[in-house]
Design a protein around this ligand. Structure first.
Ligand SMILES: CC(C)(COP(=O)(O)OP(=O)(O)OC[C@H]1O[C@@H](n2cnc3c(N)ncnc32)[C@H](O)[C@@H]1OP(=O)(O)O)[C@@H](O)C(=O)NCCC(=O)NCCS
Length: 176
């Protein structure tokens, strides 16, 4: 599996692209379209470096080799969503979702749910057994979203510093 790997999506009018560090600048408009989320998480709006940071941040004892960043691209070539993951974290056969965001203008239309279904179906076909992620406890809408996708709370972590803010994080998981 290389960085151009992508998973099939059932969404018509969109395609998934496997991204690498040099693609960060192409994601700047999407980060602007998700600035509400960036402000909630970091206490400050996105800047030119914010997208780049996602390509350079890894869980403890992990490297770029296991990081996969999928862009969700509309027919006009603009990115409308991003899914960043770490393979085999925190253990083998488990993937960690580091970031999932959809442009604010397109939320609440079922894109998030469909992309999750597509992604989890593909992970399952790759013999992945489990998915985990962390949600900042302030992000109640996301907590509700993930619970609707079948995730269950596992533990609370933190406080962790992100940008100018400190957060408690709810770790959620689900089998595939
Ligand atoms: C979380 C996120 C990725 C979900 O993507 P989305 O495309 O909005 O997801 P969906 O449209 O599938 O579902 C979102 C909500 O809209 C509702 N919804 C789905 N289709 C709908 C429709 N046609 N009409 C109205 N509401 C709808 C869903 O029931 C869901 O409600 P819930 O949040 O109470 O569970 C998106 O809201 C987002 O980018 N949020 C900001 C970033 C973020 O918080 N990411 C998670 C970090 S852990």
């Amino acid at each position: 599996m290389d960085k151009s790997t992508r998973f099939p999506t059932s969404l018509s009018g969109y395609e998934i692209e496997g991204l690498i560090g040099i693609d960060a600048s192409r994601l700047v408009p999407l980060y602007q379209g998700c600035s509400d989320y960036v402000v909630l998480e970091r206490g400050e709006p996105p800047n030119a470096a914010t997208a780049k940071e996602e390509f350079e941040s890894f869980p403890p004892n992990r490297t770029e080799a296991d990081k996969f960043i999928f862009g969700v691209k509309a027919i006009d070539g603009e990115f409308v969503g991003l899914l960043a993951c770490d393979r085999n974290y925190p253990r083998v056969e488990c993937w960690w979702i580091a970031l999932f965001m959809i442009d604010k203008a397109l939320r609440g239309r079922g894109l998030g749910r469909t992309l999750c279904d597509d992604f989890f179906r593909w992970l399952k076909s790759q013999n992945v057994k489990w998915v985990e992620l962390g949600v900042i406890t302030e992000n109640e809408q996301a907590l509700r979203f993930w619970q609707r996708q079948g995730f269950k709370p596992m533990r609370t972590a933190g406080p962790v510093s992100i940008g100018a803010k400190r957060h408690m994080v709810q770790v959620l998981g689900r089998p595939l």
